[in-house]
Design a protein. Structure first.
Length: 573
C-alpha cells in the first residue's frame, strides 16, 4: 500500500485520485480499474483475492455485485418494417459532430422547457461514473456502462429490454446504423475491443481488438460511415509513467478503420509516423523512449463531402516532441493517409509522472490536448468551417480543405482538465463552448489570465464572444467545483449544459440566460431497484429527443462527485 500512496496521497498528482476520492468509490469500481482499467498493469501482479482486499481496504466497504430485479426487465421489440428508426447516434448526434437537434427532433422548445420534470432514473449497479452516451432506436435507448454492460432501456419506462456484456468499461457513445440487414450497434471498450451487436436481439455479430500496442486504450466513441467503423486509440502509458521503472514510452495515438460487416482491419493511421527509439537517459539512469503519446482521446468527425475523417490529438508523453501532438488531423477515410495536420501547441511533453518522477520529461508541457470531437458546420454564408476547442481554452476555426486557421479566440485560462475539455455544439450561428477552467487543474505558470469557467457563445463567422454565462457558485462545499466541462447540446433557442457540481441547465441560446435548472446530486428511487445517486456531470452532452431529455449524472474521477444514474426528463403536460 505504501507504493500506492506515492501516487494517491492528497498532494501527489491531480489526475491520480486521492485516498479520500478512492474511499468514495465502490469496491467493484476499484477491482475493475485493477482488472480492465487504467491500473490493469499494476493489478496484473495481484490475485483476484488480493485485488478484492485492496478494494475493500481503500473503500471500507464489502465487495458485492448488485443484482437487477426481474421487475426491471420488459419485452424488447422493434417494428418489423418501419424505416428511420434511428433518433440519435454517436458522440455529436450526427457525423459532423455538431451536437444540434432540430425542433422536430427535439420536441422541446423555449416555450415548454420550464415544464421539464423528472420521469425516471436508472442506476448502473455499483458504478461511480456514467460516461457512455446513449443512442436512440425507436422507443429504445442503447447505452454502455462502467463495467462493460450495454443496456437497452425503454424511453417511457426505463425498463431493460436486453443486456449485453463487453470485456471492459465502455466510455464512449453508442453508434447505430440501419440497413437492409437490420440495425447494428457499434461501440468500443477501454481495452480497444470493438463490437458489432444486433440491436433487435442483443446478440454479438463480431468483436475485434483495434489497438496494436499492449497498453492501447479507448475513450472516444466510434463513428460509422460507408461500411467503415472508425476507432480512436489512446493508451494508458500516460498513467504507467508513474512507475519510475516503466520503460516510458512507446505508444502512439491511432485512428483505425474496420470493416463494419466483419470487423476486419482496413487501415491504421499512426499519429506519430516514426517508430519510437531510445532517446536519452532518465534521472535514475534508465533509458527513455520517444517520440511517444499524441493520443486520440476524442471521437472522429466524418466529412462526407471531402471523404475525410478529422481527429484531435494530445500531448507527447516523452521527448522528443512531434509535430503531430496537440493537433487536428485530416485522414483520408478510404486509405488512412494523412491529408493535412494543424498543430496548435508545440513542444507539449507531459505525463502523469510530472513533476519530479524520473519519467517526467525534462521540459514539462502544459498538457493542452484536443479532447473534443471537431465540429464541421456551415455558417450563414454557406462557408464550411471545422471548429474545435482545446484544453488551453482556445477555440480554433479551420478551413476543412487544408487546416488553415480562419480565426482563433482564447476564452479560458486552460489547464490539464480544460479549458475546453469535452466539447462544444453549434447551431450554424453560434458555437457554444463549455469552458471548465477547473480550479484544481489550471496551469499555475500562467499568471496573466484569470479563470473564467462557464458557457460561452461565439459567433461562427468571426469567433467574437456574443455572450458568456459564468457557472453559478456552488457554495462552500469543498468537494464542489463550479465549472462547465461536459459537452453541451443545442436546439433552436436553447442550449443544455451540465456542470461539475451536478446541475443540468437550459440556457437561452440568444443571450445565455439560465431558463431551467435541476440539481442532480441527490438519492434516487430507480426503475431497476438499484440504489441511485447523482453526482458531477462531465463528459458527453445530454441527449434531447421527442420531448425528452436524457442526462448522465456521476463522474467519480479527478476529484469530482461520484454517481451512477441516467436521468430521463419529460415535458409535464
Amino acid at each position: 500500500m505504501s507504493t500506492c500512496h506515492v501516487c494517491h496521497r492528497e498532494d501527489a498528482n491531480l489526475k491520480a485520485p486521492s485516498q479520500i476520492a478512492l474511499s468514495l468509490m465502490t469496491p467493484r469500481a476499484i477491482v475493475a480499474a485493477l482488472e480492465t482499467g487504467k491500473m490493469r498493469t499494476q493489478g496484473s501482479s495481484l490475485t483476484g483475492e488480493q485485488r478484492k482486499a485492496v478494494a475493500e481496504f481503500l473503500t471500507g466497504k464489502v465487495l458485492k455485485e448488485s443484482l437487477i430485479s426481474k421487475n426491471a426487465f420488459t419485452t424488447f421489440s422493434l417494428p418489423a418494417t418501419q424505416k428511420d428508426l434511428i433518433k440519435h447516434s454517436g458522440w455529436g448526434g450526427d457525423l459532423a459532430g455538431t451536437g444540434f437537434r432540430s425542433t422536430q427532433q427535439a420536441g422541446i422548445t423555449s416555450a415548454n422547457v420550464g415544464s421539464l420534470k423528472l420521469k425516471w432514473a436508472f442506476a448502473f449497479p455499483e458504478a461511480t461514473q456514467v460516461r457512455s452516451k446513449p443512442a436512440i432506436v425507436g422507443d429504445w435507448l442503447v447505452i454502455g456502462s462502467q463495467f462493460g454492460d450495454v443496456f437497452t432501456l425503454h424511453r417511457s419506462s426505463g425498463k431493460i429490454g436486453w443486456q449485453f456484456h463487453a470485456d471492459a468499461p465502455i466510455r464512449g457513445a453508442i453508434s447505430v446504423v440501419q440497413d437492409r440487414q437490420g440495425i447494428k450497434a457499434f461501440f468500443a471498450d477501454n481495452s480497444t475491443n470493438v463490437y458489432a451487436v444486433d440491436v433487435k436481439t442483443g446478440k454479438l455479430l463480431w468483436k475485434e481488438r483495434a489497438g496494436e500496442h499492449p497498453q492501447a486504450a479507448n475513450t472516444g466513441s466510434v463513428a460509422v460511415f460507408q461500411n467503415r467503423v472508425f476507432v480512436p486509440i489512446t493508451s494508458i502509458e500516460v498513467a504507467l509513467a508513474l512507475d519510475p521503472n516503466y520503460k516510458c514510452c512507446t505508444s502512439s495515438g491511432e485512428l483505425v478503420a474496420l470493416d463494419a460487416g466483419s470487423g476486419k482491419m482496413l487501415w491504421r493511421h499512426r499519429v506519430i509516423s516514426e517508430q519510437p527509439k531510445e532517446a536519452g537517459t532518465k534521472k535514475n539512469g534508465q533509458p527513455f523512449y520517444g517520440p511517444s503519446g499524441a493520443p486520440v482521446w476524442c471521437s472522429p468527425t466524418v466529412d462526407v463531402k471531402r471523404g475525410l475523417v478529422y481527429i484531435g490529438t494530445g500531448e507527447n508523453y516523452t521527448a522528443p516532441s512531434s509535430n503531430s501532438s496537440d493537433a487536428i488531423q485530416a485522414v483520408d477515410m478510404k486509405t488512412g493517409k494523412l491529408v493535412w495536420s494543424f498543430q496548435a501547441t508545440t513542444s507539449d511533453t507531459w505525463n502523469l509522472a510530472c513533476p519530479g518522477n524520473p519519467n517526467c520529461p525534462e521540459k514539462v508541457g502544459p498538457d493542452f490536448d484536443f479532447g473534443m470531437a471537431p465540429l464541421l458546420v456551415k455558417d450563414a454564408s454557406g462557408t464550411e468551417r471545422l471548429v474545435v476547442g482545446q484544453k488551453s481554452g482556445e477555440v480554433h476555426a479551420l478551413n476543412p480543405d487544408n487546416g488553415k486557421v480562419l480565426w482563433q479566440n482564447r476564452i479560458g485560462k486552460g489547464g490539464m482538465l480544460g479549458g475546453i475539455h469535452w466539447g462544444m455544439a453549434t447551431d450554424g450561428h453560434f458555437v457554444y463552448a463549455a469552458n471548465a477552467d477547473n480550479i484544481w487543474a489550471i496551469d499555475p505558470r500562467d499568471s496573466t489570465r484569470k479563470a473564467t469557467p462557464g458557457l460561452y457563445a461565439l459567433q461562427l463567422s468571426a469567433g467574437k464572444v456574443a455572450w458568456h454565462t459564468p457557472t453559478p457558485s456552488c457554495g462552500e462545499n469543498k468537494n464542489c467545483v463550479a465549472a462547465n466541462s461536459a459537452a453541451p447540446t443545442v436546439i433552436p433557442g436553447l442550449v443544455f449544459g451540465g456542470t461539475l457540481d451536478g446541475h443540468i441547465r437550459a440556457y437561452d441560446a440568444a443571450i445565455g440566460k439560465i431558463v431551467w435548472d435541476f440539481n442532480t446530486v441527490r438519492d434516487y428511487q430507480t426503475v431497476n431497484e438499484v440504489p441511485g445517486k447523482g453526482g458531477s456531470i462531465d463528459g458527453p452532452s445530454p441527449v434531447v429527443s421527442d420531448g425528452m431529455l436524457f442526462v448522465n449524472s456521476g463522474y467519480g474521477q479527478f476529484g469530482e462527485l461520484p454517481g451512477n444514474v441516467l436521468l430521463a426528463f419529460e415535458i409535464d403536460h
